[in-house]
Design a protein around this ligand. Structure first.
Ligand code: AMP
Ligand code: MG
Length: 531
């Protein structure tokens, strides 16, 4: 077998299209007049391949059968395969509402762009491969716990049908990384890891903000042209109108991504502008979480618990706020205020349409009707009123018959059908039960006469996942992996390849409300940016 990954075809368009930082040394600095700095990963002691995504390998054209040990060396950054040209990119960004100046790839190192046999472009990036000129005061490393979370969730999101970066591999470094997990003044060594993540591009809103902030109009234009030519080629040759069309499409894709996050109950946790992709894909899995008990004010990120800026119910609004920052950055290229305001309108329209379509699919409504808004509004009130598990509720609803004798249930039977979704069924009082029964009857009335039960149920189950990566599930895989047991990690990886399938053998373990032990356990209910 040849050296791993030497079979890939590389084409480094980002490096070719955009200027390099001339400084070859690796130390923390401000970088002006350039889009990237050449930097090599820092070697680690004992790399070991912990997980591998065969589908992503196939996507890239990686031949099967490589020796895992040799793969681990390359995917930890210890050796470079022929054709790789590693670098860290510079970007800026707004963090928690404030402009933060230069950020950049502080612990991500791009290995290069692969052209796969289908001619698709895929950038490979190592996360946690050591310091770069953009590491600021940090170490460029990642801990196993957050790397497991990124590896599992990016693949889970893909199989949910939500646009996302992918993950090829998870490699343990055999070296400790010191982290103060809850910022409690108690730093501890934890096992380190490197994820190799994969996307057509990792360019963020913040790449544009960097050049706009530095008043570097030339590079701003070059970056826009690069993104247009490489990633939005269907829009035409670079010109003010095609750049505007690209910005509009970025806004629309971001809006649709927000609707998708809302549909599946995903909370990103750190929606800073440097964590938003210009391709409209989910990027940078940090202290994310999944809604269990439906609560629009919930955020998994302790760092954001006070302001709740990035809570579930706020994500669509923050997406718009971030698009507004991107539109400002484009101002030097498109000096046309009404056109830039039109980009924000395009976001609003795309979000509204995607949200309506999402609810129509989740509730089995067929085509969305204006009056369905009231049905949805009431449902959200119900879900919030008694702590109700969002994924379980929708999945149970997806299985209900509305025709024939089953459709003529008593109030008690209607409520019984969704009771497994309640966190405290005994605490749901008679008034709440009556309100639930009324809502369920109303819903049944709305869908009756539409598609036959079996057909509607199958369609609803394609919109309502049975299995999502609840934090306590990820934490069980992490606890075991830290002890060297990878079985749970691999089990979850397999489970989450088919999130909409019944998989009855996994129901008891994973089609479950958050267990009580997880309610206040770090990693299950609380996460910080410290990863
Ligand atoms: P985040 O919001 O976590 O995606 O990261 C914000 C910025 O901090 C980015 O520029 C990251 O590259 C950088 N950063 C986060 N963690 C580290 C780390 N351990 N070492 C170096 N830079 C980091
Ligand atoms: Mg980030």
């Amino acid at each position: 077998m040849p050296a791993p990954l030497s079979e890939l075809t590389w084409d480094h368009s980002y490096r070719r299209d955009l200027p390099a930082d001339p400084e070859p040394r690796n130390y923390v600095r401000q970088v002006t007049g350039a889009a990237w700095s050449a930097v090599s990963p820092t070697r680690v002691r004992a790399p070991r391949l912990l997980a591998w995504a065969p589908q992503v390998a196939e996507l890239l054209g990686i031949a099967p059968g490589h020796d895992p040990q040799a793969l681990a060396q390359v995917l930890a950054g210890n050796t470079l395969a022929e054709g790789m040209a590693p670098f860290a990119a510079v970007y800026a960004g707004h963090q928690f509402g404030h402009f933060a100046g230069q950020l950049g790839d502080g612990r991500a190192i791009t290995l290069g762009e692969v052209l796969n046999p289908e001619g698709e472009r895929w950038e490979l990036q190592l996360k946690g491969a050591g310091p770069t000129p953009y590491s600021r005061t940090a170490d460029g490393r990642a801990v196993l716990r957050s790397s497991v979370r990124e590896f599992l969730c990016s693949e889970a999101m893909h199989h949910l049908g939500v646009p996302t970066t992918r993950a090829l591999s998870l490699v343990g470094t055999g070296e400790p990384v010191v982290r103060d997990m809850l910022y409690s003044g108690d730093p501890r060594p934890e096992p380190g890891a490197v994820v190799c993540r994969v996307a057509p591009s990792f360019i963020r809103f913040g790449h544009f903000e960097n050049f706009a902030w530095r008043r570097d109009g030339d590079n701003l234009r070059r970056l826009a042209e690069h993104v247009l030519c490489r990633h939005y080629p269907g829009l035409g040759e670079p010109a003010p109108d095609t750049i505007l069309a690209m910005l509009t499409e970025i806004a629309q894709r971001t809006a649709r991504l927000m609707a998708e996050w809302q549909r599946v109950g995903f909370v990103h946790g750190v929606m800073n502008t440097d964590n938003l992709s210009i391709l409209g894909v989910t990027i940078d899995y940090g202290p994310y979480g999944w809604l269990e008990g439906y609560d629009p004010d919930w955020t998994p990120n302790t760092t954001d618990a006070q302001s709740g800026r990035y809570r579930y119910g706020h994500q669509p609004g923050v997406g718009l706020w971030n698009v507004a920052r991107l539109a400002e950055a484009f101002h030097p290229l498109i000096q046309d205020e009404p056109a830039l305001n039109g980009v924000l309108d395009a976001y609003r329209e795309a979000f509204a349409a995607a949200q309506d379509a999402g609810f129509a699919a989740k509730l089995g409504l067929g085509a969305w009707r204006g009056e369905d808004e009231a049905l949805v509004g009431d449902l959200l009130d119900r879900l919030r009123d008694a702590e109700t598990d969002m994924p379980i509720f929708y999945r149970l609803l997806s299985g209900l018959d509305v025709a024939g004798p089953a459709g003529a249930r008593s109030d008690a039977d209607w409520v019984a059908a969704i009771t497994p979704a309640f966190y405290d069924a005994d605490g749901v009082d008679s008034e709440q039960r009556a309100a639930w029964a009324a809502w369920l009857r109303r819903w049944a009335e709305r869908v009756r006469g539409g598609a036959p039960d079996a057909e509607r149920q199958a369609a609803m189950k394609r919109a309502n996942p049975k299995y999502v990566l609840r934090n306590w599930m990820a934490q069980q895989a992490i606890d075991a992996a830290e002890q060297g047991d990878l079985a749970e990690l691999h089990r979850l990886f397999e489970l989450l390849q088919r999130p909409y399938a019944e998989q009855p053998e996994h129901e008891v373990a994973y089609f479950q409300r958050r267990p009580e032990w997880a309610r206040h356990k770090p990693g299950c209910s609380m996460l910080s940016c410290s990863s």
